[in-house]
Design a protein around this ligand. Structure first.
Ligand code: FES
Length: 122
């Protein structure tokens, strides 16, 4: 079980939900299930509209370590990942702070997920 808190200027208040890890569910699908308005278009790691910032809370994170090449490339195009963060992800399994909600698999970790909702690839 993971506590996942969503925060955004487009929401009146934070929403905390419980995510069940191990179901291969994504952050975006959890948000949709709870009517959290993270924008999305492709749902497949291509457009960047589901950009979020993830902060780890509690003691058992970070655990969602996999950042695919596709996700890294979109984050790079958005200017939301640095070369140092890419290296840290590849060498030290430390995920970058910005992620794509449609690519983020929920694990047993408590996280704060922030989003603006206005990121679109140029
Ligand atoms: Fe397009 Fe996530 S919805 S990258």
């Amino acid at each position: 079980m993971a506590n996942i808190t969503f925060r955004s200027p487009v929401m009146a208040k934070d929403i905390t939900v419980y995510g069940v890890a191990g179901e291969r569910g994504t952050l975006l699908s959890l948000a949709k299930a709870h009517k959290v308005p993270i924008p999305f278009d492709c749902g497949d790691g291509e457009c960047g509209s589901c950009l979020v910032q993830v902060q780890y809370q509690g003691e058992n994170g970070p655990m969602s370590l996999t950042v695919t090449e596709k996700e890294k490339e979109v984050l790079r195009q958005l200017g939301k990942i640095t070369p140092a963060e890419i290296e840290n992800a590849e060498v030290n399994d430390m995920p970058p702070p910005h992620r794509l909600a449609c690519q983020y698999i929920i694990r047993h970790e408590d996280i704060l997920v922030s989003f603006e909702g206005d990121q679109v690839l140029p």
